[in-house]
Structures are given as C-alpha cells and as structure tokens.
Design a binder for this molecule. Sequence first.
Ligand SMILES: Nc1ncnc2c1ncn2[C@@H]1O[C@H](COP(=O)(O)OP(=O)(O)O)[C@@H](O)[C@H]1O
Ligand SMILES: O=c1[nH]cc([C@@H]2O[C@H](COP(=O)(O)O)[C@@H](O)[C@H]2O)c(=O)[nH]1
Length: 364
Amino acid sequence: MDKEKQILNLIRMNPFISQQELSSKVGLSRPAVANYIANLTRRGEIKGRGYILREESSIVCIGGANTDQKARSNQKVRLYSSNPVKITESCGGVARNFAENLSRLGCSTSLMACVGDDKEGNWILKETKTGGVDISQVWVFPTERTGTFTTLLDINGESIVSMADMNIYEKITPFMFEEKWSHIAASQAVFLDTNIPQESIRYLIKRCSEENLPLYIDPVSSAKVQKLPVRLEGVELLLPNREEAEILAEMKIDSIKDCQLACEKIRQRGVQKVMITLGDQGVYYFSPEESGHLPPFKTDVVDTTGAGEAFASCAIYGIMNEESLLSACQLGLAGAALTLQTEESISSHLKPDKIHEIVKQFTR
Ligand SMILES: Nc1ncnc2c1ncn2[C@@H]1O[C@H](COP(=O)(O)OP(=O)(O)O)[C@@H](O)[C@H]1O
Ligand SMILES: O=c1[nH]cc([C@@H]2O[C@H](COP(=O)(O)O)[C@@H](O)[C@H]2O)c(=O)[nH]1
C-alpha cells in the first residue's frame, strides 16, 4: 500500500491522530506527513480535522439486538406435553435493551449491533430509534436473519427454558470495530455483551484497556460467558448472574459467603468491580473498597425477562454519576423491580426520578 493510502486509512480509523503519530506509523518525517495531508486536503479527500468532543454521559452499547418471543403459560408448565400459552413479541437483545434503558435515564446511548435486512430487523431499528438510541452504527446484513430469542415462561413469570437463534452475530469481526473506533473512542464508556464472537470480545477488551475507556460487561448466559478470555484487565465492571459467576469463578455458589469468594476469584482475573445478580435473592457487590449483599426490592413479578439488563443499566447509570457501589446497586434493584412488573422487556416507567423514589421508599 502506498504512503498516501496508509495515511488516509489511519486517519479514517482515528480522526484524532496527530501528525507525529502518523509519521512514526508510516515511517515518514513529520514535515513529509504534513505535505501529504496538505495534498489530500487540497483534493477534498480530507474535509477538515475531526475534533468531535466526547459527550457527557455517552455510552456505546455493543452486542445483541433480537426479537423476543415469549410464550406465557396460564397453568404450571407440563414438560413433554402441549401447554396452552399466550405468545407476545417485543424487541430484545442484551445490548439493545441496555441501550434503551439508559436512554430512558437521560444518557446519550448508541447501539453497535447487527440485524438482517428483514421485517424484524427494520422493526428493531424503528423501535430502538423511537426509544432515543442512536442506531447509526448498526450493521444491516442483507443475507442474514435477525437474531431471535424464544422463551417459555411459567405461570409465575419465571423462564423455564430459552432458545437463542443468533447465528448472525458470528459475522462480526474485530476489523469492523477497528473501522468504527473513532465513534467508540468518542464515548465516555463502553457496554459489551458476549453475543459477539470471541476474537471481537478480546479485541474490544484489549483496546478499551489500552485507551483507558471504562468497560462494563454483561456475560449474557452460561453458554456465552465461556467466550470471555481468562485475563480481564481493563474491565471496570462485570455483571454475571449466579450461574455465570459459578462458571467464571469455577465454583458452586450456594450462599452469600460463596458470593464473596467467587467475587474474589473473579477479581483475580483482572476485573475491578463485580456485581453478581441472584434473581429473587437480589445482588452481591464487590470492589476493593466496598462489598455486601442486598435483597431485592419486593414487587409483583409478572415477567422476569429483561430484569438483568434493567439492573445493569440502572446500576451503571449510578456508576457513571459517581455513586458508591452500594447506591449504584440500589438503583439497579429499583430498575429491576420496575421491569419485573411488566410483560415488556423494558419498563415504560423507567426514569431517574422514579428509580430514586423507589430507592427512597425501600431504604427509609
Ligand atoms: N423472581 C424474582 N424476584 C425478585 N426479584 C427478581 C426476581 N428475578 C430477578 N429479580 C431482580 O432482577 C435482578 C436480575 O435478575 P437475575 O435473574 O439475577 O439476572 P438475569 O436476568 O441476568 O439472569 C435481580 O438482582 C433481582 O433484583
Ligand atoms: O444469548 C442470548 N440470550 C438472550 C438475550 C437477550 O436477553 C434478554 C433476556 O434477558 P434476561 O436474562 O434479563 O431475562 C432478551 O431480550 C434476549 O433477547 C441475548 O441477547 N442473547
């Protein structure tokens, strides 16, 4: 590749790159680089220098965007039998749900995910945009089908079994993130789920760590948590549920005391903070400064789908607003309680005032 092309490619990947950095990367003197840039500018290839300011509380959410199909049984589910159910459909995907929740909390969020060029993909894009999320960074793949998540809910709203048809995410490569790096680097923080392939997860962890970008990870499921690398330096916060934490820590978790040991083991892998969500047992949080267990805020449980992302988004909202880990978890529990009350994966009542009010009500 000639020097001019190399310079253009480097600028495309990082519009903030300095002439000094360009000179050492392409092996030219700084004045020679300046000369190339002057020529490229004259020819209109470079339209100006892209100093885009980092937005306050902006976050890029990377991972899954699916349609969720929920079959809710109106009697206790009988396995190996035909069960009368009511089926509903909504937009889902861990990263997508997280982005919409945070947008409802007033943060500037963008989604980096992929959908097929099909009815479902178009629906997700439309709904997510209506939810206030920037969808300009979503890839639309013409030959792939949008991911689907199908779950069977028992009469008490608990999921009995779920099926994830998400082959589309296998098409995502590290290079695609490299190309979008200027957008990622312009955010205050990055949220990542493990729907994307292992090499892309590794790439993002390494790059965020090198560039000191706070990175929060939701491991999605006990199948997908296995994609995380052993070393997790640079991950500011990991939010596994109990099963995922058992896999990460390589131990059974049967008590709150076990949670503490599991968090210590997970932290030895390089993570700074850990929050293990424990379903109807609440959450255990852990950092070098603070640790403890909180039971859930009591509420009617209509449907548990989306509670994990509601917890994650409200807790991270707290962290981005420099709350303590304890206060961030209380906000997380408030968000989860709101989502448990609805059949939707996202509560339309989610607002900063509302979650603060719930925390006040339960901690009085
Ligand atoms: N059955 C339940 N009763 C009360 N709270 C629940 C229940 N299920 C989930 N939650 C709340 O939602 C949070 C996340 O749920 P959890 O099941 O641990 O995560 P995930 O949905 O990611 O598996 C919990 O920390 C808790 O606050
Ligand atoms: O392998 C996956 N399973 C499930 C999800 C998504 O996770 C949400 C359910 O999450 P929870 O565990 O909080 O119920 C759904 O919206 C579903 O689309 C996903 O992205 N990837």
